[in-house]
Design a protein around this ligand. Sequence first.
Ligand SMILES: Nc1ncnc2c1ncn2[C@@H]1O[C@H](COP(=O)(O)OP(=O)(O)OP(=O)(O)O)[C@@H](O)[C@H]1O
Ligand SMILES: [Mg+2]
Length: 131
Amino acid sequence: MIADLGDAVGALALDARELHKAFLNLVVNAIDAMEPGGTLTVRSRRGEDGKVEILVEDTGCGMDEETRAHIFELFFTTKPSGTGLGMSIVRSAMERHGGQVEVDSAPGRGTRVRVVLPPDERRRRTLSSFE
Ligand SMILES: Nc1ncnc2c1ncn2[C@@H]1O[C@H](COP(=O)(O)OP(=O)(O)OP(=O)(O)O)[C@@H](O)[C@H]1O
Ligand SMILES: [Mg+2]
């Protein structure tokens, strides 16, 4: 697993438990999709507009268009013992924090989930008062 989180996420004020649950699901999904030897990459960066982008990428089985179209639906799963709750939780958690989730995937190529979150305004003001 490659994790390059820099200091970008430090500028976010989110419900820690909710954030933890959401990213845990993205990581578990990535691991479920891969055979041993696959690569999971987690990266973050802060754009010029102050937004924080977090990418969770895997080199797993990927998804066909039909599956990709349904992943945010509650109870949609292709796993024998999946509940299909994970991606619904991810999307609602991010939207509650003013963020967005995009999924880019292709069969055999792997999957990239891109989360974009706005910066925390209070902390931004505090930081800028020291600049
Ligand atoms: N990284 C990924 N690679 C390939 N398929 C994925 C990936 N992430 C999600 N999927 C597909 O989307 C479906 C829905 O994902 P979601 O996380 O909502 O539910 P789940 O993983 O099946 O069950 P759980 O509720 O335990 O998370 C998965 O069953 C799988 O088909
Ligand atoms: Mg899941």
